[in-house]
Design a protein around this ligand. Structure first.
Ligand SMILES: [Zn+2]
Length: 99
């Protein structure tokens, strides 16, 4: 288990300030129309997808995130699946829309 965690840590390589560690997604609030820029950190927001999970085929990572804008209290729920190279495979949004 320890070595597994170690490997996982190595996998999410260092260089915390590299733009490569961020994926930017723009969404729009369904209620007030606010456009929100969401920065997803590969180091903390992504989860590994395992074969046993209910996930689209070919997906390796996923994020589930709640986004709150500044103008209203509407919570936007994102669920996005990515492949090994962090390309989007499928995405879902509730409470807003992707831009
Ligand atoms: Zn809003």
């Amino acid at each position: 288990m320890v070595s597994f965690l170690k490997n996982l840590k190595n996998f999410f390589a260092p260089s915390p300030y590299s733009a490569d560690n961020f994926i930017k997604i723009n969404v729009k609030c369904k209620i007030c129309g606010e456009e929100i820029n969401v920065g997803l950190r590969k180091t903390s927001d992504f989860s590994r997808v395992y074969e046993s999970d209910e996930a689209p085929s070919g997906s390796s990572f996923m994020i589930r995130k709640e986004v709150l804008g500044k103008k209203c209290n509407n919570l936007i729920y994102l669920t996005i699946y990515f492949d090994e190279n962090f390309r989007v495979i499928s995405k879902e949004i509730k409470g807003g829309e992707f831009l």
